[in-house]
Design a protein around this ligand. Structure first.
Ligand SMILES: [Zn+2]
Length: 260
């Protein structure tokens, strides 16, 4: 845990010993570690600016032990649902799978807590998530006292990578892009990248229009839009910057060019 020192907890606003808090739980980095299970590959920024890190990022100036522990149940639920070796997906459309065995409140708290930590932290991982103070404060209040709200209020849209054809030994993604701000139909979101998975967290205080609203996580229904890893910015950066030489591809002529 490192040496704890006293400070103002940014979540409960109490003076307390602050602890070393992870920004994204380590378990999500394990799925993107390379073959020797040591190096993790992280791309920062949308356009490149790549670096390699050995572990997830931590911040010891954010939260107290009690607040940190308040996230442990939701982090465990997210790991159970998302990182199981055989997730219980039901295919409902060519581009959609759903899970019904999950705790909606815990999964939402996992997504929002992760975004909150990243947005508050001055660590490099959060450099593209520069939220207005009022968004941070709304998030903080929601995390302290989760209220029953419409599904679109801090609503979460999830996606998942299909296994890669170009990189068959990697089931999905071997890297994460740094989280960043994004827009859908003029609505602001934070895009949270979690290796094989991702979540879009709705920041607006107004209803999300259809069809997006129908994809929001609600109790009993966690839907994942399936994305093609081979056409993702992750794959492009991977090939440009890291692994193009590393994956044996005896017949590269068969590989379709990446879409421009
Ligand atoms: Zn606290």
């Amino acid at each position: 845990m490192g040496t704890a020192r006293a400070g103002l907890c940014r979540l409960c606003k109490q003076h307390a010993k602050l602890v070393q808090a992870h920004l994204i739980p380590d378990s999500f980095y394990a799925q993107i570690s390379d073959d020797n299970r040591r190096l993790l590959r992280v791309v920062t920024g949308r356009r490149g600016d790549t670096r390699i890190v050995q572990t997830g990022e931590f911040d010891r100036e954010l939260i107290c032990l009690q607040c940190e522990q308040s996230f442990s149940k939701c982090d465990a639920e997210a790991a159970r649902v998302l990182l199981a070796s055989h997730p219980q997906f039901t295919e409902v459309a060519a581009t959609k799978v759903v899970v019904s065995d999950f705790d909606c409140d815990l999964m939402k708290r996992f997504a929002l807590g992760t975004v909150w930590r990243i947005a508050l932290s001055s660590r490099p991982l959060g450099h593209l998530v520069d939220l207005p103070e009022q968004d941070k404060e709304r998030l903080r209040k929601f995390l302290l006292r989760p209220s029953v709200q419409a599904p679109w209020y801090f609503g979460v849209l999830w996606w998942r990578f299909r296994p890669s054809v170009r990189w068959p030994s990697r089931s999905g993604s071997v890297m994460v892009l740094d989280p960043h701000l994004s827009q859908i139909d003029g609505h602001r979101f934070v895009r949270l990248n979690l290796g094989r998975y991702g979540a879009m967290i709705h920041l607006e205080e107004r209803e999300l229009p259809r069809p997006w609203s129908s994809g929001l996580m609600v109790p009993g229904r966690l839907a994942f839009t399936l994305r093609t890893f081979d056409r993702s910015p992750e794959c492009r950066l991977l090939e440009e910057r890291f692994l193009w030489q590393a994956e044996p591809s005896p017949d590269r002529r068969d590989i379709e060019p990446l879409p421009g």
